[in-house]
Design a protein around this ligand. Sequence first.
Ligand SMILES: Nc1ncnc2c1ncn2[C@@H]1O[C@H](COP(=O)(O)OP(=O)(O)OP(=O)(O)O)[C@@H](O)[C@H]1O
Ligand SMILES: [Mg+2]
Length: 340
Amino acid sequence: MPDDGEKAKKDEESEKPKQYEIIEDLPGVGPATAEKLRELGFQTVESLAIATIKELVPAGIGEKQAGKIISEARNTIAITFIRADELIKMRQNVQRLTTGSKAIDELVGGGLETQTITEFYGEYGVGKSILCHQLAVNAHLPEEKGGLNGAALYIDTENTFRPEWIVRMAEPLGIDPKEVAEKIIYCEAYNSDHQILLLEKSDKVIKENNIRLIIVDSLTAHFRSEYLGREMLAERQQRLNSHMHRLVRLARAFNAVAVVTNQVMSKPDAFFALAVEPVGGHVVAHTSHTRMFLRRTASGPVRIVRLVSSPYLPEGERIFKVTNEGIKDVTEEDEVKRRK
Ligand SMILES: Nc1ncnc2c1ncn2[C@@H]1O[C@H](COP(=O)(O)OP(=O)(O)OP(=O)(O)O)[C@@H](O)[C@H]1O
Ligand SMILES: [Mg+2]
């Protein structure tokens, strides 16, 4: 009889979504079977996921075993292969989270979408982390107020999470700061491996706490400082890619909003603010569904947010401001003051 500790460990392992990289990883596929499957043209887990039992039998395996291999392979890539009617059903569940600014919400079609990743990128001090804090507070709001009636998971890689901001933001919204603070699950990632691990282990925490918003602030900082030089670029991109895929799977599975931040390095010769390159390059660009670029203006707290890419919305720009109470719209009053 295994003791309780061992059993708990086992239970935890069996709850983890299994990851099969190569066909040998699948239960029931030994080296000999793998070789035969390859000869039959099944090189990848994905190809097995869409195979039929009859197609696998010539590899010298029974129908029952073939069925098991196929269903295991399907488990890994359940999100990739999905029927359109299921997709429509999933999309019907999409909810939106307010940013605290009507202008930003409008730009993204009514708030940040669940089941997708939204990336905020911009230079140092532009307000990416403040926006993340605001979203964590807003997630707690009831749906009719633009919230998700849920908790937030805050993965902080730069130790910039500030509970004081939560208190300052909650009060004007009529939320008890203590209550919302209980609904923000915070964890600090010490390096990129730790960051990846935290997300890999997060499904239980997400489920148990009704987490509807997953924040990774910053997505790229550790990767940027650890993977230096051109020769490490491919590995960095590959790891970032799988990290982002993990994130989008969690967002879909729990109908959660996923938000990542990304500091951009300004090119020394940049004249226009737009001449900046987000770290992570194409990988992040392709897996983030919505990308928003933040930049400063000459007027202190006012920022410009640009919708750079979205699956279905046109590009556009809006302004908002960073205040003591968080992210707000720029009012006419502000404009009058500014012109004076
Ligand atoms: N009460 C406030 N009113 C207006 N602006 C403020 C206020 N408090 C902080 N700020 C501005 O917000 C900035 C900090 O923003 P934040 O930490 O969100 O930046 P960031 O984009 O996350 O930067 P980094 O890339 O370094 O993480 C400060 O530099 C300051 O300009
Ligand atoms: Mg920050």
